[in-house]
Design a protein around this ligand. Structure first.
Ligand SMILES: [Zn+2]
Length: 605
């Protein structure tokens, strides 16, 4: 019966179409099984967490990549032997896939490289399973290739055409429909999403990032930083603070004229300076933050990783530098940013630790959880301190960014999440959804107001010569935006024009009246947040090779250049000349409406 069945299958592939296959169909079935073993992570990824066609296409791509050398004449068995190192990676990738529903990325590999002993102990079970799996799979694979696949087997004409078609058809389709640039970008995207190229590239990138961190340490040792005499002679304790905001929409701040009272504490902070016309350097964190912290121009992220940061300069000038972050240390959007945390004497990621049960996942911490850390550090009475706080601010999903104490505008967390999801689908938005989402967003601004008000209070208590600078990395579209409501990443006025505030202590103003006068004279000057590096060095009387006093808002010589913004695709443009000159509809400016949100305070705060 079995023989008859096999004979029938054999007839299906009768010559002339598949002569090679008919002759060696058992061998080819074995090759196929061996390829399944090699590309098991891609096959599993098709079904985890649910089946996707894209996952299936990536599996075919993975198989085609392995067989590509055979198209040019390499014997199939030799190619499969060469793939043995790939087989060694399969169980670890599978363990990762089933744990976090993703193949290992450079960020995850980096996290693993930096994982300490106790965290590794927490991951003992998956590590042991992957180890045993590797031995079993390797033995099975070697036996299979050795005993089931003839040494002389080569890919026939049909096989070669199939492999090339699998590799080239998606590229040609993208090239003809969307052009050369998109097509090349997609090739990269596919390769970085497919095992084994994704794992190989991820490992390379993880080690590259580690090398950059190490290079920053060398850079800090070799840089020359000088300090103005009036700062060197200062007898007061010096405690300074940079707070990097996240997705904060300036037009939703009461202090910037929003009709809702979202910033009651900042409104009641005497002497607080609000810069009216600051623009971000990019609409996303990854590109924006490096050009806040360094003198690197907008969009040059990798260049920024080779430049001195605000932290480097202050540390070199004898300050104890602390990096506190509510963002993650590792992740697609985090790792390149947190490279700069290595410049600090101490860095703490309140969201970046494994939880108490030892589960290897990140917690979501709120910005206010950094406050006790700040208080603890201030109690150390160090004479010169610089804090850099990287907040989660108003990044979606909004309801997780604040607790009940900050619910000033009614927004049930689950209902707000649902509303935000429906809005993100881009369908016609229900006004109730928009109101709920806006209420939730405005509560995140209330939480930021509380954080900044509390930090200023802490600085007041230590009676030092202090400044606090708050600048958001970029903004966020609100319910009034014409497109991309409650999103960032694209270019719009609400995303580019960011809130920037400066508070100085009475002692600072007394000792450095010239700097404060400089700041006050530039509150209405349009400038780019890329001036932050120069301004904050100037505020400490510091100078280093990349410092330019004409880019400091505290300097009487302030002469900011064009406001350059780098969009998410990496294209740098002049915000004033190339964006603001377009019609309001093209820019997506909010339409003028009488139906503005009302101040519906619940009295909870
Ligand atoms: Zn951001």
């Amino acid at each position: 019966m079995d023989i008859l069945y096999l004979m029938n299958i054999k007839n299906l592939f009768s010559p002339p179409l598949f002569p090679g296959f008919t002759k060696n169909y058992r061998s080819w079935c074995s090759v196929f099984l061996a390829l399944i073993l090699v590309t098991l992570p891609n096959l599993a990824a098709c079904f985890v967490p649910c089946f996707t066609w894209l996952g299936f296409q990536l599996w075919i791509l993975g198989i085609s990549m392995i067989l590509l050398p055979c198209v040019f004449g390499l014997r199939v068995r030799l190619m499969l032997w060469l793939a043995v190192p790939v087989v060694l990676l399969v169980p670890a990738c599978l363990a990762c896939l089933f744990s976090i529903h993703s193949l290992p990325s450079s960020f995850l590999i980096l996290a693993a490289l930096e994982t300490n002993q106790s965290e590794l102990a927490a991951l003992q079970a998956p590590v042991i399973s992957a180890g045993i799996g590797t031995v079993v799979l390797l033995m099975l694979y070697v036996w299979f290739v050795k005993n089931r696949i003839p040494a002389a087997l080569r890919l026939g004409a049909v096989g070669r055409v199939l492999v090339l078609a699998a590799l080239l058809i998606p590229v040609c389709r993208d090239w003809t429909t969307e052009g050369q640039e998109v097509s090349l970008a997609r090739i990269k995207q596919r390769l970085w999403a497919t095992f084994p190229s994704a794992t190989i590239y991820g490992t390379y990138e993880a080690f590259d990032i580690r090398a950059r961190v190490q290079n920053r340490k060398d850079l800090a040792e070799n840089i020359t930083v000088s300090q103005e005499k009036e700062f060197q002679d200062e007898a007061n304790r010096q405690v300074h603070m940079l707070v990097i905001g996240e997705s904060a929409n300036k037009s939703c701040f009461g202090i910037y004229g929003y009709q809702r009272q979202t910033t009651p504490l900042l409104d009641n902070t005497p002497g607080l300076m609000t810069f009216r016309d600051a623009s971000c350097t990019a609409p996303c964190t990854l590109i924006a933050v490096p050009s806040l912290l360094t003198a690197s121009p907008p969009g040059r992220v990798l260049e920024a990783t080779r430049q001195a940061s605000i932290l480097t300069a202050y540390k070199k000038a004898g300050f104890r530098v602390y990096w506190l972050s509510a963002q993650k240390k590792h992740g697609t959007y985090d790792t390149l940013t947190s490279i700069f945390s290595a410049d600090a004497d101490e860095d703490t990621f309140v969201s970046g630790k494994f939880d108490n049960r030892g589960i290897g996942s990140y917690q979501t911490a709120q910005d206010t959880s950094m406050l006790p850390l700040v208080r603890g550090i201030l109690q150390r009475n160090e004479p010169k301190v610089l804090f850099v706080l990287h907040t989660m601010g108003s990044h979606g999903p909004y309801p997780v960014r604040y607790n009940r104490d900050f619910v000033r505008f009614p927004a049930d967390p689950l209902e707000a999440m649902d509303a935000l999801f429906r809005i993100s689908l881009g369908n016609a938005c229900d006004p109730k959804d928009l109101e709920l989402a806006q209420n939730s967003y405005d509560n995140t601004i209330c939480a930021t107001d509380y954080l900044l008000g509390s930090l200023i209070n802490e600085l007041k208590k230590v009676q030092a010569s202090s400044w606090l600078c708050y600048v958001s990395d970029h903004g966020e579209n609100s319910s009034t935006a014409r497109f991309g409501k409650f999103m960032h990443g694209m270019i719009s006025r609400q995303i580019v024009e960011v809130p920037m505030l400066m508070w100085v202590s009475p002692l600072y103003e007394q000792s450095h009246a010239g700097k404060v006068a400089g700041l006050k004279s530039h509150l209405s000057t349009p400038f780019s947040a890329s001036c932050t590096f120069h301004t904050l060095l100037d505020m400490g009387g510091l100078s280093c090779p990349n410092f330019k006093p004409e880019y400091s808002t505290a300097s009487p010589r302030f002469a900011p250049g064009p406001r350059l913004v780098c969009n998410s695709s990496g294209v740098v443009f002049d915000y004033d000349k190339q964006f603001l000159t377009q019609p309001a509809e093209v820019r997506g400016d909010p339409e003028e409406t009488s139906d503005k949100p009302q101040d519906v305070a619940t009295g909870a705060q």
